[in-house]
Design a protein around this ligand. Structure first.
Ligand code: GUN
Ligand code: FE
Length: 423
């Protein structure tokens, strides 16, 4: 039976403007959008109707970059730059996930917090540990959230307590892909070399082969920090640039998501656009670790597919709404720093990036167009101020800047209402 949800419907089919249906109706069948109407149809036979009243109905948030094992580090060590932060905070924490009890207690809280903040789809890094990565996948499956989850690979330039033997890393990854590829409907594995400095050529090439053989996507980091970029040049003088290192090892394609992209050259940006690579913009993390500002307008102008990432724990907030407002702020600094040539992001553009932009990584996700998955949030914004005299776009804008989980009353993934993960 088809379902009709009545309320104020907002989504971004295109970046440059909101589609807005005041007191509109979204019709959902078998978890997918049939259509959005201005009012209930005359013929309501076989239609179950839910009236959300004076509330906003928007697509669920999509987070393209989140490190589940870094959740206990939220807010810690953010006065450092990337490489010392990895050594002092990140690697010691990630080592703890050989302990399944510890992993379960953290990952349960991660799923709950992601649910709470209105993220309905997320691309996760786990740690190098195969067992706790499988546990993370099962916890997200139980929660009903959509996720890609990656077992991290690294076989050089990291502490003894984390470094993998190359052959063992490849074999563990293969075994993990075998056991999880078709296990869950909404939670899937993806290949996850941490970044070039921690992966040998042999490992990267093998991971590229696995991605192809198992037809799974790829995620990694790129050009986040200047010292990192210099290091990659030293490690791989044979490749034209950082992006080419991934390309030369079979890791770059239209299902690859590259996090950060602060220092990519024009040639790299053009290549990302040509190959259909996704960029994950993580402005909270880029500010915290003093990495820099991703010139997101340059990527959009070049036609690169861009989504948003919280990058927990370099990012200190689990909320993609918070990332949307920081992305707008960062784009304003980029505008000032570019002699006002790189135009700042508008609200609809930031919203697009955090819904349909990142959602494209998951298929037809992040919009309310016909055929899209019904991933949605119902938002009651009355706590945030007077609604009379405010447009629906203003009400959504205000929620993105000053709202939080208290204002999200219902969450759907593929048409299913998702309740708070209990565990
Ligand atoms: N580069 C390599 N590993 C990491 C990580 O864990 N977080 C961030 N922000 N950048 C990285
Ligand atoms: Fe990251």
């Amino acid at each position: 039976m088809a379902i009709a949800y009545q309320g104020h419907i907002l989504f971004t089919k295109q970046p440059d403007r909101f589609e807005i249906h005041e007191n509109g109706v979204v019709i959902v069948d078998e978890g997918k959008i049939l259509e959005v109407l201005e009012a209930l149809p005359e013929n309501r036979e076989g239609l179950e109707i839910f009236n959300m009243g004076d509330r906003l109905i928007v697509p669920g948030f999509v987070d393209l970059h989140f490190h589940a094992p870094q959740f206990p580090n939220l807010g810690l060590g953010l006065d450092k730059e990337l490489l010392p932060w990895l050594e002092d905070y990140t690697f010691p924490e990630e080592a703890k996930y050989s302990d399944m009890e510890y992993a379960e207690s953290v990952f349960t809280r991660v799923a709950r917090e992601i649910w709470r903040q209105g993220t309905t789809r997320v691309v996760l890094f786990s740690s190098v540990h195969k067992e706790s990565t499988e546990l993370l996948m099962s916890i997200f499956d139980r929660a009903g959230l959509g996720a890609y989850v990656g077992k991290v690979n690294m076989d050089r330039n990291c502490p003894d307590f984390l470094v993998e033997n190359t052959e063992a890393s490849i074999e563990a990854t293969r075994a993990w892909l075998e056991s999880t590829k078709d296990k869950y409907p909404r939670v899937k594995p993806l290949i996850t070399p941490r970044f070039v400095p921690t992966c040998t050529s042999e490992l990267m090439r093998a991971l590229g082969d696995l991605a192809e053989a198992y037809d799974v996507p790829v995620q990694t980091h790129i050009s986040e920090n200047q010292a990192e970029v210099e290091w990659v040049k030293e490690l791989h003088p044979e490749s034209a640039d950082y992006t080419s290192v991934y390309e030369d090892h079979g890791l770059l394609g239209d299902r690859t998501v590259l996090a950060h992209c602060v220092f990519n050259t024009e040639a790299e940006i053009a290549k990302m656009a040509a190959l259909g690579v996704f960029a994950a913009h993580c402005p909270n993390a880029n500010y915290n670790l003093a990495s820099g500002i991703m010139p997101v307008r340059q990527f959009l102008n070049a036609g690169v597919k861009v989504g948003l990432g919280t990058d927990v724990g370099a990012g200190h907030k689990v909320s993609i709404a918070s990332v949307m407002s920081t992305a707008i702020q960062a784009s304003k600094i980029a505008w000032l720093n570019s002699d006002r040539t790189l135009a700042p992001l508008t609200t609809s553009e930031a919203f697009y990036l955090g819904t349909k932009g990142g959602g494209a990584y998951f298929g037809k996700v992040g919009s309310f167009e016909p055929g899209y998955e019904f991933d949605a949030l119902v938002i009651d914004d009355h706590r945030l101020g007077v609604t009379e005299g405010r447009t629906l776009e203003e009400r959504l804008q205000r929620f993105l800047y000053i709202g939080d989980d208290r204002d999200i009353v219902t969450r759907f993934v593929s048409g299913d209402e998702i309740l708070e993960p209990s565990m």
